[in-house]
Design a protein around this ligand. Structure first.
Ligand SMILES: O=c1ccn([C@@H]2O[C@H](COP(=O)(O)OP(=O)(O)O[C@H]3O[C@H](CO)[C@@H](O)[C@H](O)[C@H]3O)[C@@H](O)[C@H]2O)c(=O)[nH]1
Length: 492
């Protein structure tokens, strides 16, 4: 019910416990804080980010000191769920335990319900406020909790609409189980085009409806229909197929609001890496560097590391490679990169200054925004894609998990800014194939020129979407959402 009086807005945001989700949620919270201040400085608006104890300091370190965003901790003990004692974030777990954290997160339902009930009571006493919850798509139960207590809720998808649409449709219907063909169409999303079985992550491919992933998804995804809307970290001008799909299947508003990008972490311990990376990039010619990084939670096998290292050396291109321990090695363990790379590799590339190896975590946005960077060899996580597109950097795709395969095909076949190098964690890839794809995109080939030109055009589309003065599509999306959030929700 619309209310004529200006209202205060209380926004409660709950990202799933993974860096690929927390980072864009923090970025969205900061964007909303700025917009709300600009709109009405006098209003007592407030934004809170909710998470589990070990993630709260991670979130805090990403907030500027002058931010008034508050952090709220929910009780959670990972050991109660068969997880390591500090296993509260995807980045602290091997991929095999990701499903256990997803399942364990369902235990946050009651504490979250109590929290929102308390917040609602405080705001009702105030009589002037609306409360809205922004939840994560992996926390599908949030919609029902909010419905029951009479609070509006929307999902903020850190994934793009095309990729998430394919992911949703496949998990709900397992269409690949119904066909012997290598390709298939999605029943409720045929406009996504043919999907190949090699584009399914290993859990999807092996799913039979009764495995842990299918069981979780069948509980989680139907919950999305309890939300009052979707905010998607994407750009309307490029992700229309997926946005239309979500509008059609949900019947609720779907706003594109991206890219909401993380402004760089300013942690003291990473400052020396930042400086070293900047100095190295400054010493390189424009458009001469391949940046290689597989996101916050994925690694490749040691065999693949060897092939990739040889390829980077043989390509004779400058490169930055963010190296994480290979699959099968304890994620958090201290590791010596030398152990997993060809003999003398690190020493050779360091001596020649042709390559920079960064252990675990690099200042990705700084790298992508530097004029020396030419192409990004990426696992096609959606944040990485958005960061790359925002800086006009074309992609070399190596999707390996989740919805990354669909993002990769979307960037290559629909948008034209990427070439897929290889798919999956168990693929067979040889060094020469990687070299030829790097050369294809970086050198003066027809494909390379076309892709680099397209990446510049997309950069411009993305820039315009978030431009304030001319009301870009993503600015309008957020404004429409804020307008709707001010409307008080009736209890069901
Ligand atoms: O060395 C690094 C590695 C990562 N990042 C940042 O970490 C984020 C990584 O996000 P993303 O590229 O989306 O990868 P994941 O962390 O793997 O993201 C998960 O979440 C995404 C959003 O839902 C999905 O698209 C992915 O498939 C899923 O793996 C980005 O902001 C990067 O800039 C760094 O700054 N430095």
């Amino acid at each position: 019910m619309a209310d004529a009086k200006p209202r205060n807005l209380r926004i409660v945001m709950f990202p799933f416990m993974g860096q690929g989700h927390i980072i864009p949620f923090v970025a969205l919270a900061l964007r909303l804080e700025k917009m709300m201040k600009k709109k009405n400085r006098a209003a007592k608006n407030m934004i809170s980010l909710v998470n589990t104890p070990l993630n709260i300091p991670k979130i805090r370190s990403n907030l500027p000191h002058d931010s008034s965003i508050s952090l709220i901790e929910l009780p959670f003990n990972s050991s109660d769920h068969g997880l390591p004692y500090d296993g509260e974030n995807f980045d602290a777990l091997p991929y095999s335990l990701v499903i256990s954290l997803l399942e364990a997160s369902r235990s946050l339902r009651e504490p979250f319900r109590d929290l929102v009930t308390k917040i609602l009571k405080e705001e009702e006493d105030d009589g002037q406020s609306s409360v809205v919850v922004i939840g994560d798509f992996f926390l599908g139960w949030i919609g029902q909790v909010c419905k029951e207590i009479g609070v509006s809720s929307v999902i903020f998808s850190a994934a793009g609409a095309f990729g998430l649409g394919c992911y949703r449709s496949i998990w709900l219907n397992l269409p690949h189980k119904e066909t012997k063909q290598d390709q298939f169409l999605l029943d409720d999303f045929p406009e996504a085009g043919e999907i190949e079985k090699t584009q399914l992550n290993s859990f999807m491919l092996e799913a039979d409806g009764s495995d842990d992933w299918s069981v979780f998804m069948k509980k989680n995804i139907p919950g999305w229909s309890d939300f009052d809307g979707f905010l998607v970290n994407t750009v309307a001008e490029i992700d229309q197929i997926g946005l239309s799909y979500f509008r059609r299947i949900t019947g609720v508003p779907v706003w594109s609001v991206g890219p909401v990008l993380h402004s760089r972490e300013k942690k003291a311990e990473s400052r020396s890496t930042e400086e070293a990376v900047k100095a190295w990039l400054d010493s390189k010619p424009d458009n001469s560097v391949v940046y290689v990084c597989f996101g916050s939670m994925n690694s490749i096998s040691q065999t693949h590391m060897l092939e990739l290292a040889m390829a980077l050396e043989r390509s004779e291109k400058n490169f930055i490679w963010v190296v994480r321990p290979p699959i099968g090695v304890e994620v958090k363990s201290e590791f010596d990169v030398d152990e997993y790379l060809p003999e003398g590799f690190e020493e050779r590339v360091t001596r020649s200054r042709r390559g920079l190896i960064v252990k675990r975590w690099a200042p990705q946005v700084d790298i992508l925004s530097h004029k020396a960077t030419c192409v990004f060899l990426s696992h096609c996580g959606w944040n990485s894609i958005l960061e790359s597109l925002s800086h006009g950097v074309p992609l070399l795709g190596w999707p390996m998990a989740a919805e990354q395969f669909f993002n990769s095909i979307f960037m290559e076949k629909h948008i034209g800014v990427s070439v897929e190098v290889v798919r999956g964690k168990r693929c067979d890839i040889k060094c020469d194939e990687i070299v030829s794809k790097i050369n294809l995109v970086m050198e003066e080939t027809d494909v390379g020129e076309k892709i680099r030109k397209k990446a510049k055009e997309v950069k411009e589309l993305v820039r315009r979407a978030t431009e304030d003065g001319v009301s870009g599509s993503s600015v309008i999306g957020l404004e429409e959402f804020l307008g709707q959030a001010m409307v008080k929700k009736e209890k069901n």
